[in-house]
Design a protein. Structure first.
Length: 272
C-alpha cells in the first residue's frame, strides 16, 4: 500500500507538465485522481496549450499506475465549471477529498489581453479552485492538504516590462496571500495549505519557441535586467523534482507543515 492509499486528489492543469506529473506521482502512492484541464487555447498565450489528447494521456498513465481517475475539461476561470467537475469527481470516487493541487497556469507575455488573462487563470483560477474544494473537504471531515503552485516569480521581482510578464509575477505573488489566509482559516479543520515556488521547469509552457526566445532576450540584457540563472548548475528542473516535493507536502510526513512558501528552485531565490 502506498502512503496515499484510499485518498482522493483534485488537480487542475492536469493534462500535461507539472499537473500530469503530480497526478501520476500521487496515483503511484495510492491516491485516486480528479483531473481537470481547459484543453483549449487562450488567444493571448503564444504557445500551444494542452489538448483533449493530452488529458487522455494523463488518464492512461494514472490508470497504469493502478489508480482510478475522473477527468473533465473545465476552465478554472469558470467557478461553476470547476465546482461541477469536482462534484462529479468526488461522487465517482467515493465521496471524499483529501488533496487539492491548484496547478493550472499560463504564461502570456504581451498582447492586449495578456494582463487580464494571466490574472484570471493564475490567480482567480486558484481562488476558484480552493473556494469550491475547501467546502467538501471540511464536510467530508478527513482533514487534508492543499498545495498552490506559485513560482520563484511569486517571491522575487523578476520579469520583463510586458503586460503578461508583469501580470504573471503579480498573480504568483497573490497566490502567497491566498495561501497564508487559507492556511489560517482551514487549520481548525486540520487542512494544511502551502505554496510551491519552482524555478524554470522542463514543461511545454517553457520548452517552446516563444518562451525560449523570450528567455534568450532576457539573457542578452542581463547587465540591464534580472539574472535568470539558478545557483546550482542546472538550467531547468524536471517535473518529477516538483512532484516529489508535492508528494511530501501532501503526505503525513509533512503533517504539521502549513503556511509555508517552499522554493523548488536550485537556489534561484537565495541567489538574489
Amino acid at each position: 500500500m502506498g502512503s496515499l492509499s484510499g485518498k482522493v486528489a483534485f488537480i487542475t492543469g492536469a493534462a500535461r507538465g507539472q499537473g500530469r506529473a503530480h497526478a501520476v506521482k500521487l496515483a503511484g502512492e495510492g491516491a485516486d485522481i480528479i483531473a481537470v484541464d481547459l484543453c483549449d487555447q487562450i488567444a493571448s498565450v503564444p504557445y500551444p496549450m494542452a489538448t483533449p489528447d493530452d488529458l487522455a494521456a494523463t488518464v492512461k498513465l494514472v490508470e497504469e499506475a493502478g489508480a482510478r481517475i475522473y477527468a473533465a475539461e473545465a476552465d478554472v476561470r469558470d467557478r461553476d465549471a470547476v465546482k461541477s467537475a469536482l462534484r462529479a469527481g468526488t461522487e465517482a470516487l467515493g465521496d471524499r477529498l483529501d488533496i487539492v493541487i491548484a496547478n493550472a497556469g499560463i504564461a502570456p507575455m504581451s498582447g492586449e489581453d495578456a494582463w487580464q488573462d494571466v490574472i484570471d487563470v493564475n490567480l482567480t483560477g486558484v481562488y476558484n479552485t480552493v473556494d469550491v474544494a475547501m467546502k467538501p473537504m471540511v464536510k467530508f471531515g478527513n482533514g487534508g492538504s492543499i498545495v498552490l503552485t506559485s513560482s520563484v516569480a511569486g517571491l522575487v521581482g523578476i520579469g520583463s516590462p510586458l503586460a503578461g510578464s508583469i501580470g504573471y509575477a503579480a498573480a504568483k505573488h497573490g497566490i502567497v496571500g491566498l495561501m497564508r489566509v487559507y492556511a489560517n482559516v482551514l487549520a481548525q479543520f486540520n487542512i494544511r495549505v502551502n505554496s510551491i515556488h519552482p524555478a524554470g521547469v522542463d514543461t511545454p509552457m517553457i520548452d517552446n519557441d516563444f518562451i525560449r526566445g523570450w528567455l534568450q532576450g532576457m539573457a542578452l540584457q542581463e547587465q540591464r535586467g534580472p539574472d535568470m540563472s539558478n545557483a546550482l548548475p542546472v538550467q531547468t528542473l524536471d517535473v518529477d523534482d516538483i512532484a516529489n516535493a508535492v508528494l511530501w507536502l501532501v503526505s503525513d510526513a509533512a503533517r504539521y507543515v502549513t503556511g509555508v512558501t517552499l522554493p523548488l528552485d536550485a537556489g534561484f531565490v537565495n541567489k538574489r
